[in-house]
Design a protein around this ligand. Structure first.
Ligand code: PAF
Length: 283
């Protein structure tokens, strides 16, 4: 099946109108491109659930707090379109920056309380940029369902909260993280790792697993769990940005582990920043 590539909002709306009139379920998979098997799982789930799947490919400038990071973000539209086609997505929506932001933006979405910690602490304005572009995409496509990866757990919590608070008529579907056989979570940023960094990278998952095991074996003290994970990450070549144990919905620190918690972190390998997380249940 060939995917239709659309870059204008009005053309996208015109294309979707007959699908909507025919009562087809429209599914949206928002991405920034450089698609990998993690996105493949989102698209696959959307294709199973919906009559018409739109994959948006847009490197959103307003969610980058670092212009260098924005410039270096991998872009590969032709390969992304082929990837979407192979998985049965009907439409790739790939707007230019001017189409999404034709004038200086005076309105934005702030999801207070969920965005100050974890990634939000180190990437000021990032979640405002994410929530704003996701709301715009939801308004443009008006899907029944929208799919997001659990690897970006804080992003998923922020989007769920925004949609609930603002009564956006869409179901948000979280899809499990896809990992390499050695545990490294798939990410577009993995392409930037050198061979040596790639070899070191699975330590991140091992650290999260160490936390999970401590929690499963009955440890209730979050500080002790965190220490166990940090000990695994103490390796030359790794800089830990944060590692936190939080409530999975509110993203607030859980000093004592009494129920499900999210162990989430960000590390730097050279100039590449990776994030990952695991949901952990007390034993
Ligand atoms: O997860 C991403 O790729 C982006 O943050 C998203 C949701 C597409 C918004 O730009």
């Amino acid at each position: 099946m060939s995917a239709r590539v659309i870059s204008s909002i009005s053309e996208l709306r015109e294309t979707l109108a007959p699908c909507r009139q025919a009562g087809e379920v429209i599914g949206l998979v928002p991405t920034m491109g450089a698609l990998h098997e993690g996105h493949g799982r989102l698209i696959g789930q959307a294709v199973r659930d919906s009559g018409c799947v739109v994959v948006s490919v847009f490197v959103n400038p307003i969610q980058f707090n670092d212009q260098q990071d924005y410039r270096l973000y991998p872009r590969s539209l032709d390969a992304d379109v082929e990837f979407c086609e192979r998985r049965g997505a009907a439409i790739v929506f790939a707007p230019a920056v001017e189409e999404m932001y034709p004038r200086p933006l005076k309105s934005s979405v702030e999801v207070a309380g969920l965005t100050e910690r974890l990634c939000g602490e180190f990437r000021p304005g990032h979640f405002r940029g994410v929530a704003t572009v996701v709301l715009k995409l939801l308004q443009i496509v008006q899907p029944e369902r929208a799919y997001f990866g659990e690897k970006d757990a804080q992003q998923l919590a922020v989007i769920r909260r925004m949609v609930a608070d603002l009564n956006v008529p869409v179901t948000i579907v979280g899809v499990a993280t896809v990992r390499e056989p050695d545990g490294l979570a798939l990410s577009s940023r993995n392409r930037r790792l050198s061979a040596a960094e790639r070899e070191l990278a699975p330590v991140f998952f091992r650290a999260l697993e160490a936390a999970r095991k401590r929690i499963a074996s009955g440890e209730r003290d979050a500080a002790a769990v965190k220490q166990a994970a940090l000990a695994v990450l103490e390796q030359p070549g790794i800089r830990v940005e944060y590692l936190e144990i939080v409530d999975p919905d509110e993203m607030q620190p859980a000093p004592a582990i009494e129920g499900r918690v999210l162990v989430a972190g960000a590390i730097w390998l050279g100039s590449t920043r990776l994030i990952d997380n695991l949901i952990c249940e007390p034993g």
